[in-house]
Design a protein around this ligand. Structure first.
Ligand code: J5X
Ligand code: AKG
Length: 350
């Protein structure tokens, strides 16, 4: 069990969430073995229905790669506050403590947000130590490879060619990728004061990019809003932690590129009262000038007589990213881009 130092800051300004009850744990997390036959179909099914899935097998990421970066993250977060502060405040890169983004969002966490340039960390966000940088570069290489595999499978599963139609966007030399290391400290004070409530670690949001890949230590806290059926749309469930797997999360841009067939998923983190949660997320985004619009082949294939219409106004990733940084964490960032759907033409009465 990892228990790091308590954060120096008080809890005020951070919303409290009712702790999940045993029954709220989601037993139905879809799991895909990326090396199994039929994986492409399973990836698409999971992303259509849930917007996320777990990869425990077939990802090809050596255990040491994860362990090394996690150990570096733990070491950094355990270092004296003044040393951590020297790498902040995050704007947006660097060390952040409770402040998320630029518009007043707060969470019970500290983090390092690092920019990636190609296959390694960018000079725009220097790592706090050379050992963390080396471990992060190794990890980024593995995540980029997994993001590529997943996006190739999405294209294959949707019948889009070439296979690299989506994957090339995250491995392009100009792709816009990020790595975030999060530490949610325990909050034991609340244990006695408010036994049924936990502080919000990271408020609810969808990821704006194409795809995110999340790894966490054995401390639970991640919750997702299910949207697979009308009766449980927006019902929050807890995802059991599993440090031997990764979670792949659909981002808003992938939702648009598939004209809403794959859906981004709202997720949040509830901090644990007794144990530290450490998570590492890779965000795979396209180059800034990439046009984000449904893939033509998908519109043509679905249309029957004519082409299916795009459900979204067109934008570039750069425009979407700019708008995202002006938004609050929990905003529905895609809403301003929904295209007005004309009402169906009423059939004349017989
Ligand atoms: C309030 C925020 C905080 C943002 C920007 C804006 C809206 C969306 C948030 C995220 C969510 C996904 C990772 C991240 C790195 C991203 O690209 O968008 C986050 C970013 C940040 O934590 O800085
Ligand atoms: O820590 C987690 O499990 C999720 C964090 C997250 O959603 C983020 O950093 O954007």
């Amino acid at each position: 069990m990892v228990v790091l130092a308590k954060p120096p800051a008080p809890l005020e300004q951070i919303s409290l969430v009712r702790s999940p009850e045993q029954g709220d744990y989601f037993a139905g997390v879809p799991a895909v073995d990326l090396a199994a036959p039929g994986a492409a179909r399973d990836v698409v099914r999971a992303c259509e229905r849930f917007g996320f899935f777990k990869v425990a097998n077939g990802h090809g990421v050596p255990e040491g790669v994860v362990g090394r970066l996690e150990a570096e993250a733990v070491r950094f977060f355990a270092s004296p506050q003044a040393e951590k502060d020297a790498h902040g405040p995050a704007s947006p890169f660097g060390y952040g403590n409770r402040r998320i983004g630029r518009n007043g969002d707060m969470g019970w966490l500290e983090y390092l947000l690092l920019a990636i340039d190609g296959a390694s960390l960018s000079d725009a966000s220097p790592a706090p130590s050379s050992s963390l940088r080396d471990a992060a570069n190794e990890y980024v290489g593995a995540m980029r490879g997994m993001a590529r595999t997943v996006l190739e499978m999405v294209a294959e599963g949707l019948g889009v060619s070439p296979r690299g139609a989506l994957a090339d966007m995250v491995t392009d030399a100009a792709s816009d990728q990020l790595l975030r290391l999060n530490h949610y400290p325990p909050c034991p004070l609340l244990q006695s004061l408010m036994p049924n409530c936990s502080p919000t670690g990271f408020g609810e949001h969808t990821d704006p990019q194409l795809v995110s890949i999340l790894h966490s230590n054995g401390t639970s806290g991640l919750q997702v809003a299910l949207h697979d059926a009308a009766d449980n749309a927006g019902h929050w469930v807890s995802v059991p932690s599993d440090p031997s797997s990764f979670l792949v999360i659909v981002g808003d841009s992938l939702q648009v590129m598939t004209n809403g067939r794959l859906r981004s998923v709202r997720h949040r983190v509830v901090a644990n009262k007794l144990k530290s949660r450490v998570s590492m997320i890779y965000f795979g985004g396209p180059p800034l000038e990439q046009r984000i619009a449904p893939l033509r082949q998908l519109l043509a294939a679905a249309g029957g007589d004519g082409e299916e219409q795009s459900r979204y106004e067109e934008f570039t990733w750069g425009e979407y990213k700019k708008a995202a940084y002006l938004s609050r964490l929990g905003d529905n960032r895609l809403a301003p881009f929904y295209r007005h759907q004309p009402p169906p033409i009423a059939k004349p009465q017989a």
